[in-house]
Design a protein around this ligand. Structure first.
Ligand SMILES: [Zn+2]
Length: 312
């Protein structure tokens, strides 16, 4: 491993000398949960899907994965949106029918909800056998957690884990509220705040991974199929590339050896790296950061003057 790192550092150094490119960092795939979501502060669901696809095309992005909450497939329009993502080369996977907390739900009912989602996904293009736990709640107590893990394995479904947790959904909800309240929204500031918060989250978890594993794994960031993504994910991709990150497909990311690890800790709410860090002895309280703290995000957006007064 040490020799490999030295060689990679040398190669990255050569690349930097020749092409003036940033030193190579890690690799990361994008995942979007809760599709197909309803109207947001800027777009209808239909408009958002078109904008997000165009943004990904313009960025020359590799495939991304959409984790579908399949109650949204009951409408023809919702199903058509998801089919369109698949036909564009992106991947489609299971995020349950009803978006339940496993820890608060009867185990058999939870498994039936996964099965119903899998049935509704039948016939859609570019599917993958991955399940993303709603709220990243992999279940407590241990018996429940293990029963659902066994049920997934028995169905050939793998955990569509995240390595990078963040509250992009919280920024979207503040934006929605600001629009409803008639406040002026500085979209450039909003996009910059979104990108900077996500870059910070990615580099936070990457550092925890290097501490726990001795290397940077292939990452999967949790995003949501929201208007922020449709408008600004191209800016996120550009910022990542400028910092030396490589965008990869979820197929590549889930081939990382960490995909084979089933953490034994029940602290799963921050994804795979959070769990592996805790198993390596890190205090859960030290895993806090801007992107998962609502009060910190409030202060961050206020300092960036993202939302003005009503009637500004
Ligand atoms: Zn979700």
């Amino acid at each position: 491993m040490r020799i490999l790192i030295i060689v990679l550092t040398f190669v990255a150094g050569l690349g930097g000398a020749v092409a003036q490119e940033p030193a190579a960092r890690g690799r990361i795939a994008l995942s979007f949960d809760d599709a197909p979501r309803g109207a947001g502060p800027a777009f209808s669901g239909y408009e958002r899907a078109a904008a997000l696809l165009q943004t990904l095309r313009d960025a020359d992005a590799p495939p991304v994965v959409f984790f579908v909450q399949t109650s949204g497939l009951q409408s023809e329009a919702g199903r058509a949106r998801i089919a369109r993502y698949g036909e564009a080369g992106h991947l489609i996977a299971n995020h349950s029918e009803s978006h339940l907390w496993l820890s608060r739900t009867d185990t058999a009912a939870y498994i039936a909800d996964i099965d119903q989602a899998e049935a509704r996904l039948q016939g859609l293009p570019n599917r993958r056998p991955w399940f993303r736990f709603p709220y990243l709640d992999e279940g407590t107590p241990r018996e429940k957690r293990d029963a659902v893990r066994a049920a997934l394995a028995g169905r050939g479904l793998r955990n569509g884990y995240v390595t990078v947790d963040n509250y992009d959904w919280y920024i979207e909800s503040l934006w929605q509220r600001a629009v409803r309240d008639g406040r002026v929204v500085d979209r450039a500031a909003l996009g910059a705040a979104y990108v900077d918060m996500l870059i910070g989250a990615i580099e936070f978890y990457d550092a925890r991974a290097v501490d726990a594993l001795g290397r940077s794994p292939d990452h999967v960031i949790l995003l949501h199929e929201n208007d922020l993504a449709a408008l600004f994910v191209g800016d996120l991709i550009a910022a990542l590339r400028a910092r030396g990150w490589t965008l990869i497909s979820p197929d590549e990311a889930y081939a990382d050896p960490i995909a084979a690890i089933e953490p034994q800790t029940l602290m799963t709410r921050q994804g795979q790296i959070g769990a592996l860090a805790v198993e390596a002895g890190v205090e859960p309280a030290s895993l806090t950061h801007l992107a998962i703290e609502e009060t910190q995000i409030d202060a961050f957006l206020a300092a960036r003057r993202v939302f003005g007064e009503a009637g500004d």
